[in-house]
Ligand binder design. Sequence first.
Ligand code: 1GP
Length: 249
Amino acid sequence: MSTFDGLLKESQAKGAGFLSLLDPDRLDKEDLVGTALMCQEQGADAILFGGSFLLCTDFDRLVREVKHAVEIPVVIFPGPDTNQISAAADAILFLSMISGRNPDLLIGQQVKAAPILKAYGLEAISTGYILVDSGRQTTAEYISNTKPVPRNKPDIAMAHALAAEYLGMQCVYLDAGSGAEQMVPVDMIAAVADYVSIPIIAGGGIRSPQDARDRVEAGASFVVVGTMLEAHKDASVVGEFADAIHHSV
Ligand code: 1GP
């Protein structure tokens, strides 16, 4: 079974899947493995690894260390270029930044990355990435040189998500960006979930278990939490996120 199919199965069984995002720039190298293990113990369904912009230069080694330590899948969350690829991961979110009109992030970097993924045997999870305005500029917005979808325009998000589905993408990621001031609105997630049949990943600025649960109830199949895990490094908080996201258990 592919990593994505395995995650979908977990999501369907539990109500939704919990993806814990670890950014190697924001955690001490020593803390990375410990945090990954803690996320696994507290119920995360996968480790997402990476970020929109990284200073770290030992990405591959860090992925290997995390992968060696955990049993849950390690899925790369790539930045705007091909630096964040490691053969040690289980899969990579093969993102096309469909909310933007920057050809390099729609197809250019994907053309550079595809042969590398094939050579590594790395599973590519085709993902339509939709950046949603979060009230202030995020790293993803700045680095991608794109405009996010206005937060009060669910119809624009719906049309982008449907285009992703018709282009054959496996899922759509509605992201307000890491550390976002305001999350992707629940009504936007609900509108997209009603409109398309591919799974929705929701993330960016989720600060409480209730925020996460609200997004599951709106129709997200996966919820991404990053900054709050790193801020707390507290197992009980991570467990509360897992319980809120796994709402059917
Ligand atoms: C960012 O959705 C992720 O791409 C996670 O965001 O770090 O704000 O949880 P946070």
